[in-house]
Ligand binder design. Structure first.
Ligand SMILES: [Zn+2]
Length: 215
C-alpha cells in the first residue's frame, strides 16, 4: 500500500535541487523508496527542462543526483530489512556500521533511539527510533521542526494513525505524544532541527538536570 502522508512540495524541491542537508536527503530518500508518487514528482522537478531548471538555470542539478532520482523513480519495491533493521540498504550504506551505534532510552519505557548522524555544523540530526508494541512516547515540545518517516509498524500521532512510508512533521513550538501500534510497535526515522525535543512535566526536570551534568 502506498503512503497516505507525504512531504511538503518544498521538501521534495529541496531534495531535487540538492539544497537539502544530509539528514533531510536521507529522510526524503527513505520516503521515496516507499512512494512512487513522490518519486515521480521529484523526477519531474529535477528533470532537464523541468520546473526547477527553468526557474534556476544558473544552478544545474548535479548529474549524480539525477542518477539517484531516476533510480528511485524506477524502483518501487519496499525496502527489505537489513540485519534486522527496517532501513533501505541505500540508507544503511551511508551510515556508520550498526554495531557501532549507541542506543539510548529517552526516559520512557519500551522506547529506544540512536543518533545516526549530525549535519555539519549541527543544524539538524537524524535519529532511528524504536517503540515496542503499545509503547507511549510522553508528551514533549519541539524547539525546531521535527520530521519523521514510519519505516515499519505504525504509530498514533495527534489523532492520526501513521503506517509504513507515511511522513509526519511537527512545526517548531508544537507539542505532541506518540503511541506505537499495539501489535507491531513502530520503527521511525526522525530528523530534528537543533536537537529540539524538550520533555514536559517531571521528565523535563530530569532532562534539564541531566543537561547540567558533565559529559
Ligand atoms: Zn510520497
Amino acid at each position: 500500500m502506498n503512503p497516505v502522508n507525504h512531504p511538503q512540495s518544498e521538501r521534495l524541491l529541496a531534495y531535487a535541487t540538492g539544497a537539502a542537508d544530509v539528514p533531510l536527503r536521507l529522510l526524503v530518500e527513505a520516503h521515496l523508496s516507499f512512494c512512487p508518487d513522490c518519486a515521480r514528482q521529484v523526477g519531474r522537478l529535477g528533470a532537464p527542462g523541468g520546473a526547477v531548471l527553468e526557474a534556476m538555470p544558473e544552478e544545474p542539478v548535479p548529474v549524480s543526483l539525477f542518477d539517484r532520482i531516476w533510480e528511485e523513480a524506477s524502483h518501487h519495491e519496499p525496502p527489505r530489512p537489513v540485519a534486522g533493521l527496517p532501513l533501505p540498504p541505500s540508507l544503511l550504506a551511508e551510515l556508520p556500521p550498526p554495531e557501532r551505534w549507541c542506543w539510548h532510552s529517552a526516559l520512557s519505557r519500551g522506547h529506544r533511539m540512536v543518533r545516526l548522524l549530525r549535519d555539519e555544523p549541527g543544524r539538524s540530526e537524524l535519529y532511528l527510533v524504536h517503540m515496542e508494541a503499545g509503547a507511549r512516547f510522553p508528551r514533549h515540545a519541539h524547539r525546531g521542526v521535527e520530521e519523521a518517516l514510519v519505516l515499519a509498524g505504525g504509530v498514533w500521532d495527534r489523532g492520526r494513525f501513521l503506517e509504513q512510508g507515511d511522513w509526519r512533521s511537527a512545526p517548531a513550538g508544537s507539542r505532541h505524544e506518540l503511541t506505537a501500534d499495539p501489535v507491531e510497535g513502530c520503527w521511525t526515522l526522525v530528523r530534528e532541527e537543533h536537537g529540539s525535543v524538550r520533555f514536559s512535566g517531571w521528565r523535563g526536570m530530569v532532562q534539564r538536570a541531566a543537561s547540567l551534568l558533565p559529559h
